[in-house]
Design a protein around this ligand. Structure first.
Ligand code: GLA
Length: 736
C-alpha cells in the first residue's frame, strides 16, 4: 500500500517512489498538512514543538491558547473560525454567512482510482497501480460534507487530488469557491514558476521570488487561455533543470482557473489551484454534490527536468486515451497557411498530390470548406460543405484525397456561430448573451451556449453527419475567441454564475460522445493555437496545436515552455513558409524542420510553389522524422540549454534539448541558435539521459563517445553563421 494509516497517532503517510506526503488528524477534528518532501520511511508523529500562544490568533478550543487554525497547516481551509488566510472552500450558508466548520468525520482507503463524473482525469488500468484515500469533513450545523480525495501512484511521483462537496442537509447552499487542492508549505523560500504569454507567445516560462501576501495567475476568459497555463511550480532556490527540489501543480481543466500562493505572517506558503472563484457560484441543493476538477501534484528532488518527465509519462500513459494513445502520429500537411481561404477543389488536390509525393501522410483541410466561408466573417455553425469549392461533397473529396495514398483530416470550430450563418438565423438565442445587452464579437463570431443540451445535441448531430460522410482520419477542433456576456437563457438569474463551468462540463460531455461514436478519429485540439493547451483537453484529444506562431525561433521558446508540462506526443509542430507569416523572418528550411521535429510533425506551406531543391530537402526531412519519430514521441525529453534562465529570466542566445528513446538505444539532439552573432563562441552542450558506461556513435562528427564523456565534458556545437539556426544529430548506441 502506498498509503499508510496510523490509528494510534492519527495520521496518513502517502508514499510515492521518492516522496512523502503526511496528513494528520489534529485533536480528532482538524485535517492538518504535515509535510510534502523527499521520501521518509517513518514520521515521528510530532510537530507540536513550535506551538505557542500568539496574540491575535483565535482559538477554536476554549482555553487552548496555543492552538489556532490561523497557524495550523491545513489540507483544506475554511473561513470563519480563525484562519484568516485565503480559504480553499467558501460556501454561502443558509444563515447568510461564510462561516463553516467541517471537521474530520471519517476516511476510506482503497485500491485503485475512482472516475470523476463528467470531468477529465488521470486513470488507472488496474487497481494495483495506485491507492486512494478519501477523507470526509462534515459541517454538522448544515450537513455539508467535504471529501478530500488523494490517489497515490506506486511507481510515479504523483498524487492526484480533488474535492467533492455534498449537501446532506435540508437547505440549499451556494458554493462560492471550490479549489481542487491546498498545500500549506511550512516556509516560503521558493521561486514561483508560471507559463505565461499571449496569442502567438504562449507558455513562456518565468519565475519570481515569493513575497508576503497573495500572488498567482488566473484565467477569466472561459478557456484555460494563451495568457496563463493551468500549471504552477515552486522551485527551491538554486533548483534548475537537473538539481534541486521542485513541486508542480497541474490542473486537469480547460476553463477559468486560478492558482495562488499566499505567503502569511509566519512565512508559510499556502498554495492552491482550482476553478477561478471569479464569476463562479454553484447552487447546491439538498441531496446533490459538486465535484472539483483534479489537480496533479508532482514532486522532483532532482530538478525541473525530472518533474517534466514524470508529468510526460503520466499524461502520455494515464491521461490520453483511445486508439491513438500510442500510435505514431502522422506527418501532416495543413492547408491553412498554405492557401488560407483561397482554394477550390483543384487547388486542394494539387496540394495533396505534391504533399503525397513528398511523403506526407495526412492532408488536413483547414478552415473555409463549409457554408459560404470565404473569410472569417461568416458561416460558423453551418457544417455543410460549400459546393462551390467541393462540388461533389465531402465523401467524394475525402475519397479523392485518400486515393493519393494520404489520409484525410478536417478542421471544425463547433463551439462558435457567425452572426452571418443559417444557424444564427434559425437560433438567435443559442449564443451566450445577456438579455437587453449587445453582443461583443471576437473574430466576428459568437460563442454557442454549450451549457444547453439542445445546442450540444445539434452539434453532435451535425458533426456526426460530417464525420460519417467524410470519414476523416483526423479532426482539428478549434476555438477562436473568449467568452463575454456569460449568461444562459436556460438558467435563472441565481444560476448565472454557474454558466462558465457548465459550459466546460457541456464541452466535455460533447467530446466524450464524439470520442465514443468516432473512436478512430485522431482529434487535435486548438484554440487560436495554444489557447486551450491543458490536461483537460488532452483527455479527449491526444494532441494540441501548440501556437499560431510558426516562426521556428519563436517556436523554440514556445515549445520549451510547453515541454515543462506536456509531452512531445501532445505538441503539434509545423514547418512554415519563409518569410514566416507571423514575424516576416526568413529562416532556413533545415532549421524550420529540425525545430518542428520536437513534437508531432508537419508542414503548413504551399508545397506546390517551392523549388526542387526544397522538395528534396522536405523528402529528406520526412525520412529523418520517420526514423526518429518513436524516440521523440515516446522517449524521454532532456532540456539541455534553456532559452530563458530559470533563475534570472535572462534570455540565452541558444536553446537545446534531446530526446532519448525508451530503450536507451538512440537519442536525437537539437541545438538552436536564437541570436545570431558573427564570430560566435561555440555552445558547450553537456548531454543527459545516457548510460555513462555505454558507447554512442554520433552522426554529428562520425565519432564514437562514451556516455560519461558526453555528459560531463559534453560536445562543442558550432553554427555556420550565415546558414544555420540549428544543429541536429543522432546518437546511436554501439558495442564497445
Ligand atoms: C485558428 C487556428 C489556425 C487556423 C485558423 C483557421 O487561428 O489556430 O491554425 O486553423 O484558426 O481559421
Amino acid at each position: 500500500m502506498s498509503i499508510e494509516y496510523s490509528k494510534a497517532s492519527q495520521y496518513f503517510h502517502l508514499k510515492t517512489p521518492s516522496s512523502s506526503y503526511v496528513i494528520a488528524i489534529k485533536k480528532g477534528r482538524y485535517v492538518e498538512h504535515v509535510l510534502w518532501g523527499s521520501r521518509i520511511e517513518e514520521w515521528s508523529g510530532n510537530n507540536d514543538n513550535l506551538a505557542i500562544d500568539r496574540a491575535f490568533a483565535p482559538n477554536p478550543v476554549e482555553g487552548e491558547r496555543t492552538f489556532s487554525l490561523d497557524t495550523l497547516s491545513q489540507e483544506c481551509a475554511f473561513p470563519g473560525h480563525g484562519d484568516f488566510r485565503v480559504s480553499t472552500i467558501e460556501i454561502l450558508m443558509p444563515d447568510g454567512t461564510l462561516v463553516m466548520e467541517p471537521l474530520y468525520a471519517g476516511h476510506r482507503i482503497y485500491a485503485g482510482k475512482p472516475k470523476l463524473e463528467g470531468l477529465p482525469a488521470t486513470w488507472t488500468c488496474d487497481d494495483d497501480e495506485a491507492d486512494t484515500l478519501e477523507i470526509d469533513l462534515t459541517d454538522r450545523l448544515y450537513g455539508i460534507t467535504i471529501t478530500l480525495s488523494y490517489t497515490v501512484w506506486k511507481d510515479r511521483d504523483v498524487i492526484a487530488r480533488s474535492t467533492r462537496i455534498a449537501n446532506n442537509g435540508i437547505k440549499e447552499v451556494s458554493i462560492r469557491k471550490a479549489m481542487s487542492a491546498c498545500v500549506d508549505f511550512a516556509d516560503s523560500d521558493y521561486r514561483l514558476l508560471q507559463l505565461s504569454g499571449a496569442h502567438c507567445r504562449e507558455r513562456g516560462a518565468i519565475t519570481r521570488d515569493l513575497f508576503p501576501g497573495n500572488q498567482g495567475i488566473e484565467s477569466r476568459r472561459g478557456a484555460s487561455s494563451h495568457q496563463q497555463n493551468p500549471f504552477i511550480a515552486l522551485l527551491r532556490p538554486g533548483a534548475n533543470e537537473t538539481t534541486g527540489e521542485v513541486f508542480g501543480f497541474s490542473l486537469v481543466y480547460s476553463g477559468n482557473f486560478s492558482a495562488t500562493v499566499d505567503v502569511d505572517q509566519f512565512n508559510s506558503a499556502r498554495t492552491m489551484i482550482g476553478l477561478n472563484p471569479h464569476n463562479f457560484a454553484w447552487r447546491l441543493n439538498p441531496g446533490t454534490s459538486f465535484q472539483t476538477p483534479e489537480v496533479v501534484l508532482s514532486r522532483s528532488g532532482s530538478g525541473l527536468g525530472e518533474l517534466s518527465r514524470t508529468l510526460h509519462r503520466l499524461f502520455r500513459d494515464r491521461l490520453c486515451r483511445g486508439v491513438h494513445q500510442y500510435k505514431e502520429r502522422p506527418i501532416v500537411i495543413n492547408s491553412w497557411e498554405a492557401i488560407y481561404f483561397n482554394f477550390d477543389e483543384k487547388k486542394l488536390l494539387e496540394l495533396a498530390d505534391e504533399a503525397s509525393r513528398l511523403g506526407v501522410e495526412l492532408f488536413v483541410l483547414d478552415d473555409g470548406w463549409f457554408g459560404k466561408r470565404d473569410s472569417d466573417t461568416t458561416s460558423l455553425g453551418d457544417w455543410t460543405p460549400d459546393r462551390r469549392k467541393l462540388p461533389n461533397g465531402l465523401r467524394d473529396f475525402s475519397q479523392k484525397i485518400k486515393a493519393k495514398n494520404i489520409s484525410f483530416g478536417l478542421w471544425v470550430e463547433p463551439e462558435m456561430v457567425s452572426r452571418n450563418s443559417e444557424l444564427f438565423r434559425a437560433h438567435p438565442d443559442w449564443p451566450l448573451q445577456v438579455p437587453g445587452r449587445d453582443f461583443s464579437f471576437g473574430r466576428d463570431q459568437l460563442v454557442l451556449d454549450l451549457s444547453r443540451q439542445e445546442v450540444r445535441d445539434y452539434l453532435f448531430d451535425s458533426l456526426s453527419e460530417v464525420f460519417t460522410e467524410a470519414e476523416p482520419d483526423y479532426v482539428k477542433w478549434d476555438m477562436n475567441r473568449h467568452m463575454t456576456e456569460v449568461y444562459s437563457s436556460r438558467l435563472p438569474s441565481g444560476g448565472q454564475q454557474e454558466v462558465s463551468h457548465r459550459y466546460i462540463l457541456g464541452l466535455y460531455e460533447l467530446l466524450e460522445r464524439l470520442n465514443t461514436a468516432f473512436p478512430n478519429i485522431l482529434f487535435e485540439s486548438c484554440s487560436g493555437g495554444g489557447g486551450r493547451y491543458d490536461p483537460g483537453m488532452l483527455y479527449y484529444m491526444p494532441q494540441t496545436w501548440a501556437s499560431d506562431n510558426i516562426d521556428s525561433l519563436n517556436r523554440a521558446h514556445i515549445q520549451f515552455g510547453t515541454s515543462i508540462v506536456y509531452p512531445a506526443s501532445t505538441m503539434s509542430c509545423h514547418v512554415s513558409a519563409a518569410p514566416n507569416h507571423q514575424t516576416g523572418r526568413i529562416t532556413s528550411l533545415k532549421s524550420r524542420g529540425e525545430i518542428a521535429m520536437a513534437g508531432t510533425f508537419g508542414y503548413e506551406l504551399d508545397v506546390t510553389k517551392i523549388d526542387d531543391a526544397d522538395k528534396e530537402s522536405i523528402k529528406r526531412q520526412i525520412a529523418k522524422y520517420r526514423e526518429i519519430r518513436k524516440t521523440v514521441l515516446w522517449g524521454d525529453l532532456y532540456r539541455l540549454q534553456d532559452p530563458v534562465d530559470l533563475e534570472t529570466n535572462a534570455e540565452s542566445p541558444f536553446a537545446a534539448w534531446m530526446h532519448v528513446s525508451s530503450d536507451g538505444k538512440s537519442a536525437v539532439v537539437t541545438a538552436v541558435r536564437l541570436q545570431a552573432w558573427p564570430n560566435q563562441a561555440p555552445l558547450m552542450l553537456r548531454l543527459s539521459g545516457l548510460d555513462a558506461q555505454g558507447y554512442y556513435f554520433s552522426t554529428l562528427d562520425g565519432m564514437r563517445y562514451r556516455g560519461d564523456e558526453l555528459m560531463s565534458f559534453g560536445m562543442k556545437i558550432l553554427f555556420q553563421v550565415e546558414t544555420e539556426e540549428s544543429v541536429q544529430f543522432e546518437l546511436k548506441r554501439v558495442a564497445r
